[in-house]
Design a protein around this ligand. Structure first.
Ligand code: ZN
Length: 110
């Protein structure tokens, strides 16, 4: 809890966070979070490396393609990924399969 800033009005340390805003229970002041803004959605590969838009990755395990009998084989290389929000946080296009969403935990940076 100690990483919350003190109240900008009364310097109380009992501040808390609510829906991205800081609130002070002592004086009732609330203000917007100004620092620590994450720059867009983030994804990390199986080794914890940060993945960025345009990166190339390879798949580390066979992945079934939802709604079809196709499988993305382990070792499949994917170019020009796009990081998106959500459970499946990589948006990409795979040769022979088409547009697909992957989980970053099942890929590694090429
Ligand atoms: Zn306050």
């Amino acid at each position: 809890m100690s990483d919350l800033p003190n109240c900008t009005e009364c310097n109380s340390e009992f501040t808390y966070q609510d829906q991205g805003r800081y609130m002070c229970p002592e004086c009732g002041h609330e203000w917007d979070e100004s620092s620590e803004q994450v720059d867009g959605p983030q994804a990390k590969d199986v080794n914890g490396k940060v993945l960025c838009d345009g990166d190339s990755i390879s798949v580390i395990k066979d992945l079934k393609v939802k709604g079809s009998s196709s499988v993305v084989k382990v070792g499949t290389k994917v170019k020009s990924i796009r990081i998106v929000d959500g459970d499946h946080n990589i948006d990409c296009k795979i040769d022979g399969i088409g547009p697909m969403k992957l989980k970053s935990e099942f890929v590694k940076k090429a």
